[in-house]
Ligand binder design. Structure first.
Ligand SMILES: [Zn+2]
Ligand SMILES: [Zn+2]
Length: 302
């Protein structure tokens, strides 16, 4: 009996080892994933006409050498544009990111005064006031400050979607004191939670993308014309991060680097399989100028 059982037990252990090893390896290797076919399907779920065009405004800049955006790059001067986007529907608008006022901007300079375009800041404020809906890529001050550190916060919160994770960070560990959410203000936002993708508006879907921050997400937009955009927030600060699949080297932020690297790999793959899908990084000033020149991002808010 024992002689017959022993090989079976050994075989069983070997099978468990074979099943267990790839599963463990897969979990370790894949912190984050997304599927563009699923994203497109989710973006089609909400009925209605899709957007016609998208505008960008740069309202401030930070000057940091390239090596902070791209680990290992030469420390050459590099401009980080601070931007917000206006999605134009036939009858209304949606804002992607909310900008920030000069006081929040000053925090980022850490003692150094960096350019802030007050006129552009006013354009962002006007576009937020006029928008039907406001969404944010993540809970950092340069993206969410415009709906928190403003006298209009109560009014804007009522049409702004934040995720549960974004709200938690803003209440318990905000990037700067100016954007700390009080329980009272937090209760005025539209707070959502979702697993991987969420339909937001006609042609628009969120993709959960924790990494740069716990509450980071990407915003996919398909226009009526069929042109597609993927607003990746700060998954990469410069598109070289996507092109070269290299992360940041910025000691003042704490990222989930495994997830960020998975995102960069996914975006890099997309840029080759779906070259017509425009991957837009919030802070890449060279890309912003190029997309404006190509006419695929309008230069002003309407
Ligand atoms: Zn950020
Ligand atoms: Zn940012």
């Amino acid at each position: 009996m024992q002689m017959k059982l022993a090989p079976l037990v050994l075989l069983g252990a070997a099978v468990i080892a074979m099943i267990g090893a790839p599963l463990r390896a897969q979990n370790a290797a894949s912190a984050w994933s997304a599927n563009i076919t699923d994203v497109r399907r989710v973006a089609r779920l909400i009925p209605g006409r899709r957007p016609l065009r998208i505008n960008v405004v740069k309202f401030a800049e930070s000057r940091r050498t390239k090596n902070f955006s791209i680990k290992g790059a030469a420390p050459i001067p590099s401009v980080q544009a601070r931007t917000a986007f206006q999605v134009m529907y036939p009858d209304s608008t949606m804002m992607i990111d909310a900008g920030m006022d000069q006081q929040v901007h000053n925090f980022f300079g850490r003692g150094v005064v960096e350019p802030y375009d007050a006129d552009a800041g006013k354009q962002v404020e006007g576009a937020l006031t006029a928008a039907r809906l406001i969404v944010v890529t993540h809970e950092h001050g340069d993206h969410v400050g415009g709906v928190i550190h403003t006298p209009l916060a109560g009014e804007l919160a009522a049409k702004t979607i934040l995720t549960r994770t974004q709200v938690q960070t803003l209440m318990t560990a905000p990037q700067m004191p100016d954007i700390k959410l009080t329980p009272e203000l937090a209760s005025r936002f539209i707070v959502v939670d979702y697993d991987q993708y969420m339909p937001v508006a006609p042609g628009v879907a969120f993709i959960k993308a924790a990494g740069h921050t716990p509450g980071s997400q990407m915003v996919y937009v398909a226009l009526e014309s069929g042109r597609e955009y993927l607003f990746i927030g700060d998954s990469a600060w410069h598109m070289d991060g996507v092109r070269q699949v290299i992360g940041k080297d910025a000691p003042w932020i704490t990222e989930d680097q495994n997830s960020v690297m998975d995102q960069l790999r996914w975006l890099n793959g997309l840029s080759r399989t779906d070259p017509n899908l425009l991957i837009v990084a919030s802070h890449d000033d060279e890309q912003r100028m190029e997309l404006e020149a190509r006419g695929v991002l309008g230069r002003r808010f309407e």
